[in-house]
Design a protein around this ligand. Structure first.
Ligand code: XMP
Length: 322
């Protein structure tokens, strides 16, 4: 697929950082560049590399798409302010929910609801406003590999599937960590000075909570999965698992509240053991933990009457539901 992986064993973090900073300087020159920071370790590393290379020539944005976890925009801006990197929040919630309206097909959600809005609308407008010619993003080796293999359309992969971003969107896309898988990205994150809360952060998908809502994505349904996510993250953060998440199902089931029938929503909890997300096993969580999750989600999240736990491996399951 044209890109060669740098494995964790082969990675010399200091050399990688110096090489990438030099490469970014050479490729951007005197131009303005914009940078999409999501708060995940991948885009955080890219932010640090590009900031180191470009200083004020780099404009970093956090796109509030309405699909992120609770308190995420403020949290990310705060972490990077402490690192001396200014981040501006762009409120694009209405655009994303408008594009997602009525869409239920997973690939269509990713393509029409996420990719097109990010790249054709939000970033294209930022490029126009700032006069930038380059967009930085944190595509990694696994994103490219899975997209090229046809497993799933990662929202940020273009050239490897024959799309030229310059022709399609009007700006160049630079991907400084595209040769690295997650463990190598984390090693660079530590070396580049990111705090452990970011360098060790569990992965979170680019399409955000949209990847965890089966069926139509609405503000209300995102609110449901967001509240369940808070509980899942609180209860499972000390497990050491690779990733843990809540999925909102499309089907509803009959439940009981007091003496009344309640036709409500179902949340599925997933908790994964993995090193690189290519293959994964469900964590063997204690039954008491599962019970606590079910009790909290059904009492604290309005409308949820059923909680299940996935015991499937990847493959054939995927880590995310959409
Ligand atoms: P799947 O669901 O494909 O997930 O087993 C593998 C890993 O990738 C994350 N993921 C994504 N990351 N854009 C991303 O940046 C995406 O479209 C995307 N989909 C899944 C997922 O959270 C897991 O860590």
């Amino acid at each position: 697929m044209g890109i060669k992986e740098i494995t964790l064993e082969a990675l010399d973090t200091e050399k990688f950082i110096a090489d990438q900073v030099a490469k970014i300087k050479a490729e951007v020159g005197d131009a303005v560049a914009i940078n999409a920071l999501s708060g995940g370790v991948d885009s955080a590393v890219v932010t640090m590399l590009a900031h180191q290379a470009l200083g004020d020539q780099l404009k970093t944005y956090f796109v509030e798409n309405g699909l992120m976890r609770q308190g995420e925009p403020e949290y990310v801006v705060g972490v990077f302010a402490d690192l001396g990197v200014p981040v501006e929040i762009i409120d694009a919630q209405d655009k994303f929910f408008a594009a997602l309206k009525g869409v239920t097909d997973p690939e269509e959600k990713r393509e029409q609801g996420i990719t097109q809005v990010f790249y054709k609308d939000v970033f294209a407008q930022l490029v126009k406003e700032t006069g930038a010619t380059v967009l930085f993003q944190g595509t990694n080796y696994t994103d490219v590999e899975e997209t090229a293999a046809g497993v799933k359309r990662q929202h940020n992969v273009f050239e490897q599937i024959g799309i030229d971003p310059e022709a399609a969107f009007g700006y160049k896309v630079l991907e400084p960590i595209v040769e690295l898988r997650k463990p190598a990205v984390r090693a660079v994150a530590r070396a580049v000075g990111l705090p452990p809360e970011i360098s060790e952060r569990p992965p979170f998908p680019g399409p955000a909570l949209c990847a965890r809502v089966i069926g139509e994505v609405t503000r209300e349904r995102i609110a449901t999965v967001r509240e369940a996510t808070v509980i899942v993250e609180e209860e499972l953060q000390d497990t050491g698992a690779f990733q843990y998440l809540a999925v909102l199902h499309d089907d509803r089931v009959t439940g009981l509240r007091g003496t009344k029938r309640d036709f409500g929503s179902q949340i599925e909890v997933r908790c994964w053991e993995s090193t690189d997300a290519v293959a994964a096993e469900p964590s063997e969580l204690p039954f008491a933990t599962l019970r606590k999750l079910a009790d909290r989600i059904t009492t604290e999240v309005p409308g949820v009457v059923s909680v299940t736990y996935s015991v499937t491996s990847k493959p054939p399951s995927c880590i995310e539901a959409v």
